[in-house]
Design a protein around this ligand. Sequence first.
Ligand code: PMP
Length: 457
Amino acid sequence: MDRNSLFHAVSSLSDVMKNGPAIYSQAEGVHLRNHAGKDFIDMGAGLWCVNVGYGRDELADAAAQSMKKLSFQHLFGGAASVSAIELADRLLTLFREKAAAPHMARVFFGTSGSDANDTAYKLVRYFNNMRGLPKKKKFIARLGAYHGLTHASSSLTGISAYHKDFDQPIEGVLHTSCPHYFGFSNAGETEVEFTDRMVADLEALIAKEGPETIAAFIAEPVMGTGGVFLPPEGYFEKIQAVLDRHDILLIADEVITGFGRTGQWFGTGTYKLRPDIVSLAKGLTSAYFPMSASIVSNRIWSVLEAVSEKNGTFMHGFTYSGHPVGCAVAMANLDVIEREDLVGNSARLGPHLLGALKNRLAGHPYVADVRGVGLMVGVEFMADRATRKSFPEGSAPHKIVARHAAQKGVLTRALPFVPVNSFSPPLSITAADIDEAADRYASALTAATPELTALLG
Ligand code: PMP
């Protein structure tokens, strides 16, 4: 039935036609069960999103109650629901306090990370039109970035595999260097020298295009899908200075890093960003309901407010913006994160996960790097670590390892930009589950090693 009806997202269609789908049917905590009854530890938390773990009655009850009381209410034409108002207030307070960002002013709701970034894309254009700067419209993202797959957000994404055959990126979206020190530094280059080179690359791009044409810079505090790339030393501080000098807005894409992933509430706090727009999704509802939020700064809000009488209705929004069921689920989700101190758990168990993987994988000939922050860890593969030799173009060692890991009951993701397996379990995971997952992953790597060696011919 799957082969004859379901069009899978981001999948090899030929693989699905050949092998059929991988069907999962049940989940509890960090454990996922497939249709055949096999159990897995889900070290990906779905797609970095099930932050409170699966199967929470509290979130299901919040959804059920909300559906019975007010199954739908939009936000168009000044309408609202109490739950949308309460969630906006709670998010704003949380972000201002936990991310040291008192300059944030309003919350706009959507349904996905991609549409949050499209909202940011449109808001920046609107803002500069209202400021009388119609030429200031270009966006700079980074190579290796992942910002979603709608037309604008996919263009911001800096991974060519997503652009190919879709005529992307759209005009006016530029990409600067990927700040992955381990992968892209030159021989002998210190981390600070690497940061300075990244900043110089950005400066050069701005100078080439003309600063008067550059509207915004978008960045994930920690690059997720690209390969779990932590910002190199001093990176955001120096980038921020460049942006300030040229009146360029910063969009922080916190779709993965929001709600505890880095061991703090927000990556903005972890890396001391000063964003004008923040995109949130995934952990906002732990994916129990599709929902996103864009938090905008005073700088933007004050312009929007000032022009609103003269300029008329703000013509952007979605049917499901501020969906009351999503807002109720998000409130229950935040209750769980706070009550169980899941952000603290992420901070405490992040080093445990990193250490567990490092200990078990150390010395393996093809494990080039194990890195991470909070409960967000990447394992990178190379043919030869010492000489930084990659596996042959087109081969996918990390997919082979992920396949073996799944056979041993651990789900990890094989990322599309560099050969990395990512680990981003529910923040509710225990040390015992981490150890069990790391044991299984290490034995999967051992089982996969002959296949990896065969890739080298
Ligand atoms: N931004 C980032 C940083 C993401 O990781 C993702 C999803 N992986 C998105 C945006 C897009 O989110 P969605 O798939 O909900 O549209």
